[in-house]
Design a protein around this ligand. Sequence first.
Ligand code: SF4
Length: 221
Amino acid sequence: MADNVPRGAILQRDKETYAIVPRLAPCGLLDVATLRLIADVAEQYQIPIMKITGAQRIAMVGLKPEDVEPVWKALGREPAPAVGPCVHYVNACPGTVVCRYGQQDALGLGTELDEKLLGYGEFTSKFKIGISGCPMNCCEAWMRDFGAFGRKKGWTVVVGGQGGLRPRLGDKIAEDVSSEEVVGLLYKTMDAYKKLGTKGERLGTTLDRVGLEEFQKLVLG
Ligand code: SF4
């Protein structure tokens, strides 16, 4: 069965059914029409489990293999990148759009990055981005390969954070920068990671190996 995996589907523990994760909720944002579409498709194909993921997406779980392609057609969306050495996701909190603690527009920056960068890159491992509107860090910038959180004067940027088997807090590389500067630093960070990363290595591991100073020469130099 694993040799014949339907498009954009992930085989589940029962070795019979599949999960799919459509690209339909940038930074977890949903509207009524999208929610209705998801509910209609889930009802039509009797999808037993709908799970909000850590990537702020909705996973549709327990599909029969023959239903996967018709479900994609009914949704009219592409699979969100969930595997492979590329940008997997951008998390963003509500920021100044609605949160009373917000100091910068996390949703605005997050959705811009989501649109530009999902699936981007041929890195040595996955790459996750987290944008938070204030230092409370609800979207855990310190735990993402690239993160930014807002303060009154601008964004603080951190790189090399990760969870998983080798948890690591990110290293701060900039403070009080604009949204445009965050985007520039992100591209430079990804370029440096492409250059320095070795097989299977997350960015934090690359940083530990080459040293923050060496890395910063490429990103800030
Ligand atoms: S990180 Fe700050 S701005 Fe974002 S949701 Fe949390 S408290 Fe609000």
